[in-house]
Design a protein around this ligand. Structure first.
Ligand code: SF4
Length: 86
């Protein structure tokens, strides 16, 4: 979609999760995701391709990093997939 990939990787101090109001950097990325036609595919791929929650980075599929890590744990539990070490 011609976006700068760095948009989806806010600096650590710009990252929020849960009930916290998203930072400006996160809101910019979330707004792009909100217009994306492949959002569902993106989320499925991100969760399935990540061997551990720590591999989930940045904003994807309209969700912040911390929120996707929490979702990952709800879906897959704490056990790393593919035998990967956390
Ligand atoms: S939903 Fe995924 S593919 Fe679409 S803009 Fe967001 S990160 Fe990129």
């Amino acid at each position: 979609m011609g976006e700068d990939p760095r948009t989806f990787f806010p600096e650590p101090w710009e990252m929020t999760t849960g009930g916290a109001v998203p930072s400006g950097a996160e809101r910019r990325a979330l707004a792009i995701c909100g217009r994306c036609p492949v959002l569902a595919w993106c989320l499925e791929r991100d969760l399935n391709d990540s061997s551990t929650p720590s591999k989930i980075l940045g904003v994807r599929a309209g969700l912040r990093q911390g929120d996707r890590r929490a979702l990952y744990l709800r879906v897959f539990g704490r056990r790393p997939k593919n035998g990967a070490a956390e």
